[in-house]
Design a protein around this ligand. Structure first.
Ligand code: MN
Length: 701
């Protein structure tokens, strides 16, 4: 096809010149696009190809690779012509076809329809769902050319597109560090959205520039140049005005007048090495007085978009403030082109210093993963920059935003609690995945539910959303409540079997004694062990307990409590075990283990009815232990004091003494402390020697 328009062929030649090795590919993409868009016109009246070609030119100016430039030429053929993806793939290969498809997909997302998704989410969505970051760069180039030609559209459309540019695309360019594009997008949007303010700022800048330039040329630049050459530093010194939008933003942010913005022109010094940057800084600070608090070292602390430079503001002659930006060539290229510099680097590889340029990219990757594969590099950068969230889709295509690391279970609970509670499996992009699969942006997620499926406590190990966590915990709690309820019922029935009470009466009796009004709560208290079985037993008739007296069978296992200082255990209040006793532990949920002496009647009852709760325990602690003894004797004057002195003689203390007399006979109970069983037996034997003592025994319960 012949290209008649001179402008078109000029731009094409410019591009081709920049890619001497890939002219064939680029020319082919141009011809294909030209033919497909034939007859189509832009609102400006220009043939459609001017748009595609200019997008390619923007990409070539960014020094993107030939694949991206070709994709730029083809970026609208899927959306605006009858071309199919297959056709594109056959003609140009999968890489180019995928980029064009990605650009088309982004174009179909209507910003207005995504009102609930905030601009920030939308920005992230675009980046995160684009499998290849070049898709986003082509989209930015597309948007830039559309902004340049915005004037031909209706006012309403202009406003909408300019707003979207300012809210979505300029920040993306910023995030990717593509300063050139960000600056132009913002100024174009500014012009259409706030024409009056734009004009005001433009006038102010052009008027001030003349004066500023003259000032710099006379008082600043020669001085700096002289000192740098004396120090033997090779440097390029230039100055460039800040873009209009940023100046306007500054007046708003700082609530100042335009005339008060002094740094509309910054001096840029580009040197060869990082040490040179600091040397230059030192020279500038020795020539002019630095303004305190204005020095920023973005070399050792790069901005999140990897921008690096030294910034300083100084007081130059006549008291004027001048800002300096000092950086290396590599930093400069990156500052202007951001992530696009990656391809610029690839192209310039033959250059001698090539290996040293863009070491930052390698550093970044090493920081992330240690990989050197370029595709992985970009993927990692993408993930690093946008790591907080994942963007996934329902089978119907609705967008779901989840925190990074989210799993299908998180997704299920996000959709609905019932879907989470009955989640049986998950498919991602049509394939079955484990429930702990980490979702990735762009995944389409389908949850398989089953009415019989229940939440698994193990899910708590991998879910990340608060909703999933709390719902799973809530379910587990509910399940536990049911288990305690059943256990409580079982305990109650067993206890009832040893009484002559009905279940109802038993519950009534227990309820008044333990002061729990609700029957269910009472059963749960029993089942969970919050009310120990021993307590229940002591509340019912002692006669019934006598019936259960039997030899204690061996417990199922043996636990050693002696070394386990942290094991929660208690001593039975009924039998008051002391070291040296043969002891058994009764396992109580929430209360640890309660130890009982072998002959304790409560223990026997528990052994018989709840053998699974009883364990043989080795228990040999040291210290003093309280226990109770009962003495029966003929009552006579002085017998109590004789008995208490026997106790004292044997190095024991009495904590409590209760005596009863029935005329002839005296029954005395003492709570004493002993070190162990032997000590106790010695005391008992000693008391037996007292005249009139008939029996002397340890007391159980
Ligand atoms: Mn386009």
């Amino acid at each position: 096809m012949a290209v008649k328009d001179l402008k078109i062929s000029e731009i094409l030649e410019d591009i081709l010149k920049a890619y001497p090795e890939d002219q064939e590919l680029i020319r082919k993409a141009f011809e294909f696009s030209l033919e497909k868009h034939e007859g189509q016109k832009r609102k400006s009246g220009d043939p459609y190809i001017t748009h595609s070609l200019n997008v390619a030119k923007i990409l070539s100016d960014l020094r993107m690779d030939a694949v991206t430039v070709s994709a730029g030429l083809l970026h609208d053929v899927l959306e605006d012509t009858d071309t199919t993806y297959e056709e594109l793939k056959d003609a140009f290969g999968e890489e180019i076809a995928n980029i064009v498809e990605g650009v088309t997909k982004i174009g179909r997302i209507n910003f207005r329809n995504l009102r609930e998704a905030q601009a920030e989410n939308f920005r992230k969505l675009i980046i995160a769902t684009a499998k290849d970051i070049r898709v986003v760069i082509v989209k930015l180039a597309d948007r830039l050319h559309n902004m340049r030609t915005l004037g031909y559209l209706s006012r309403e459309k202009r406003i909408r597109i300019a707003e979207e540019t300012l809210e979505v695309y300029a920040p993306i360019a910023h995030r990717l560090g593509i300063w050139e594009i960000k600056r132009e997008l913002e100024d174009l949007a500014f012009k259409h959205l706030y024409p009056k303010e734009y004009e005001k700022v433009r006038k102010f800048v052009s008027q001030s520039l003349e004066d500023l330039e003259a000032y710099l040329k006379k008082f600043v630049i020669p001085r700096v140049k002289e000192d740098l050459s004396r120090a033997g530093i090779r440097a390029e010194i230039s100055y460039r005005p800040k873009h209009l939008y940023s100046i306007w933003q500054k007046t708003i942010r700082k609530n100042i007048k335009l005339e008060e913005v002094h740094d509309i022109l910054g001096v840029r010094i580009i040197v060869r090495t990082v040490p040179d940057c600091y040397t230059v800084l030192g020279i500038i600070h020795s020539v002019f007085k630095p303004v305190p608090g204005k020095f920023k070292d973005y070399i050792s602390l790069p901005k999140p978009n990897l921008y690096q430079s030294l910034h300083t503001t100084v007081v130059a002659p006549k008291g004027r403030m001048v800002e300096f930006q000092i950086r290396t060539e590599e930093m400069h290229l990156r500052a202007e082109k951001g992530i696009a510099a990656h391809w610029a680097y690839k192209e310039g590889k033959e250059r001698a210093e090539g290996e040293e340029i863009f070491s930052w990219l390698r550093d970044l990757v090493e920081n992330i993963q240690g990989s050197r594969n370029p595709a992985e590099v970009l993927d990692n950068i993408k993930r690093e920059l946008f790591s907080e969230e994942v963007f996934v889709f329902t089978p119907k295509g609705d967008l779901v935003v989840l925190p990074a690391g989210a799993t299908p279970v998180d997704f299920a609970y996000h959709i609905h609690t019932e879907i989470g509670n009955h989640c049986a499996g998950a498919k991602v992009n049509g394939r079955i995945v484990p429930l702990n699969y980490r979702l990735r942006s762009g995944d389409q997620v389908e949850i398989i539910t089953s009415p019989t499926k229940k939440p698994n406590p193990d899910w708590l190990k991998f879910v990340v959303t608060g909703k999933a966590k709390s719902k799973i915990k809530q379910f587990i709690k509910q399940m536990e409540r049911e288990r305690f309820l059943n256990e409580g019922r079982r305990i109650l029935e067993k206890v009832r079997d040893h009484t002559n009470l009905s279940t109802e009466d038993l519950i009534k009796k227990l309820r008044t004694k333990v002061r729990i009004k609700d029957e269910e709560d009472l059963l749960i208290a029993l089942g969970s062990g919050r009310i120990p079985i021993e307590r229940v037993i002591s509340l019912i008739s002692p006669k019934k307990r006598e019936k259960t007296r039997r030899e204690v069978p061996e417990g199922k296992g043996e636990v050693s409590v002696e070394d386990l200082g942290s094991v929660l255990y208690d001593l039975g209040k009924c039998c008051n075990p002391v070291p040296g006793d043969e002891v058994y532990g009764v396992v109580t949920r929430g209360k640890g283990i309660v130890l009982h002496e072998k002959n304790c009647s409560n223990l026997k009852y528990l052994m018989e009815n709840f053998p699974e709760k009883v364990l043989k325990v080795k228990w040999k602690p040291s210290g003093k232990f309280r226990t109770r003894i009962r003495v029966r004797a003929k009552d006579r004057i002085g017998i109590l004091s004789e008995i208490t002195s026997k106790i004292a003689e044997n190095d024991s203390n009495i904590w409590e003494a209760v005596t009863k007399t029935t005329g002839e006979e005296a029954i005395m109970e003492f709570t004493i402390d002993v070190t162990d069983r032997k000590h106790l037996l010695r005391i008992l034997r000693s008391i037996k020697t007292v005249e009139g003592v008939e029996r002397c025994l340890r007391v159980y319960s």
